[in-house]
Design a protein around this ligand. Structure first.
Ligand SMILES: NC(=O)c1ccc[n+]([C@@H]2O[C@H](COP(=O)([O-])OP(=O)(O)OC[C@H]3O[C@@H](n4cnc5c(N)ncnc54)[C@H](O)[C@@H]3O)[C@@H](O)[C@H]2O)c1
Ligand SMILES: O=c1ccn([C@@H]2O[C@H](COP(=O)(O)OP(=O)(O)O[C@H]3O[C@H](CO)[C@@H](O)[C@H](O)[C@H]3O)[C@@H](O)[C@H]2O)c(=O)[nH]1
Length: 438
């Protein structure tokens, strides 16, 4: 089965590689020449555990190829997936310009039946816009060619992307014809050994499912952060509360971790885009507005705690920051809580010493190097520090040498933004310790 994936970013590369791994013949397309050149030379432009080996294996086996020229392969494939970015517009809505540009290119170049599947996260109604964009181009060319559009949103998580794609809880597919359903069933058939469900539905429902899933997960996190802040006031422990409520099967234990806010390329933008879609349809998604507001405040929680500890006198304080990426196992800094936090620290006159196992190059690009000292060793960040802020819970931070930390820091003060340390243990070692919701 021959498939083209247009947009070889995070999702496109993982999707293409996993389809190839399952036996499909895949060509990944991207307008970014540098990216495609790198991929052709076996260089993976993103950090994602397990991906590099899989890309190389499938390239060597000849099932995975790369090009910048969609026109050169469009008439050799049965299915085209569009996995280009849908970044937020200024008003919060999803920018569909890349999706529609791909649709127009398809319409300008296709000469036979195609199934055009949108994998990007797109608002309800986008499939209809894609259909129209393709049809308009065919009309200009005076061609009567049949095609189908479908929606197949992606639910993978960064840092666990390959495993999520290979072993999904479910695959959601919105189709408008039996032919489209049959083609996608065939493509996904090899994955069925992994025991998941394909849920077929209409296209608008598939498009909405993606936003609803991310909005629900973001809601759980903001809810827990809200409750965590209350726990601190009333002497309860959010970890105990999480264990207590998560064991109720109706609630479930996942995505209930309080912390210093959610970030990443999806939750913030998708929550905003869904609020925008709702307001365009005269629906007030009050819950999601609160989810966003709570998260914006939560991203500043470590800064607020630090300010209170030092009675608002932060100028000249040296702050060690451990973890910059929006979550562990990725170098992605999109909407990372560390961005706002570090900015606030710098503005308050702090000296920031930052360490991340993988994301420092990306952090330098986003934060600049003027006011931040980036270090290559997690302990170097602690020299003369007045506070250690744990922002991203990389594994290597979980069991640090407390004796070394105690010796290096000027003030033994730890702000644990992800609740990874044992409060009693750290306090017994002579540290002042604050975390979230305990
Ligand atoms: N990153 C994730 O974890 C994740 C997970 C699920 C869904 N999504 C959704 O998937 C979509 C893609 O996200 P991403 O993180 O992979 O984006 P990305 O920014 O990493 O990649 C997008 C790629 O599309 C390419 N592109 C843009 N216009 C093009 C064109 N006309 N032709 C060919 N290539 C083009 C860009 O050069 C870029 O390489 C978004 O809608 C996102 O919301 C992302
Ligand atoms: O209990 C939790 C779980 C997560 N987070 C934070 O939430 C953010 C997002 O984490 P995660 O969902 O693991 O990463 P993403 O790669 O952004 O994945 C989300 O966004 C993707 C893009 O739409 C979807 O495909 C995934 O299903 C969805 O989980 C991160 O900042 C985490 O620190 C918490 O604060 N508490």
């Amino acid at each position: 089965m021959k498939t083209a994936i247009v947009g070889t970013g995070y999702v496109g590369l993982v999707t293409g590689t996993c389809f190839a791994e399952m036996g499909a013949n895949v060509i990944c397309v991207d307008v970014d020449r540098t990216k495609i050149e790198k991929l052709k030379n076996g260089i993976i432009p993103i950090y994602e555990p397990g991906l590099e080996e899989l890309v190389k294996k499938n390239c060597n086996d000849g099932r995975l190829n790369f090009t910048t020229d969609l026109a050169s392969c469009i008439n050799d494939v049965d299915i085209v997936f569009s996995a280009v970015g849908t970044p937020p517009d200024e008003d919060g809505s999803a920018d569909l310009s890349y999706v529609l540009e791909v649709a127009r290119t398809i319409g300008r170049t296709m000469n036979k039946y195609l199934l055009v599947v949108t994998k990007s996260t797109v608002p309800v109604g986008t499939a209809a816009l894609v259909r129209k964009a393709i049809q308009d181009e065919l009309d200009i060319r005076n061609l009567d060619i049949q095609f189908d559009v479908a929606s197949n949103p992606e639910f993978l998580k960064e840092g666990n992307a390959v495993n999520d794609f290979m072993h999904p809880d479910r695959v959601v597919v919105g189709v408008e014809s039996e032919k489209a359903k049959a083609l996608l069933s065939r493509l996904y058939k090899p994955f069925l050994i992994n025991n998941f469900r394909i849920i077929f539905m209409d296209v608008p429902s598939a498009e909405m499912t993606k936003y609803a899933a991310n909005a629900m997960l973001a809601t759980r996190i903001s809810f827990m952060n809200n409750i965590a802040n209350l726990c601190e006031k009333v002497g309860a422990d959010i970890n105990m509360v999480r264990a207590g409520i998560g064991s109720d099967e109706r609630i479930g234990s996942k995505f209930l971790y309080a912390g210093c806010g959610y970030g990443g390329s999806c939750f913030p933008k998708d929550v905003r885009a869904l609020i925008k879609t709702a307001s365009e349809n005269d629906v007030d998604l009050e819950i999601l507005k609160a989810v966003e507001r709570v998260n914006d405040e939560q991203k500043m929680i470590l800064f607020k705690k630090l300010s209170a500890y030092y009675s608002n006198k932060l100028s000249g304080k040296t702050i060690a920051v451990w973890g910059l990426s929006f979550k562990p196992e990725t170098d992605d800094m999109r909407d990372a809580p560390s961005l706002l936090l570090v900015d606030a620290l710098v503005k308050a006159g702090c000296v920031v010493k930052a360490y991340d196992p993988i994301a420092i190059p990306e952090a330098k690009r986003r934060l600049g190097e003027d006011h931040i000292i980036f270090v290559d060793d997690m302990y170097d960040a602690l020299i003369d520090a007045d506070c250690l802020m744990l922002v991203t819970e990389w594994k290597q931070f979980r069991l640090p040498s407390w004796a070394v930390i105690r010796k290096l820091m000027k003030t033994p003060y730890i702000l644990d933004g992800r609740n990874i340390y044992d409060r009693e243990e750290v306090k017994a070692l002579g540290f002042d310790y604050e975390c979230i919701g305990r």
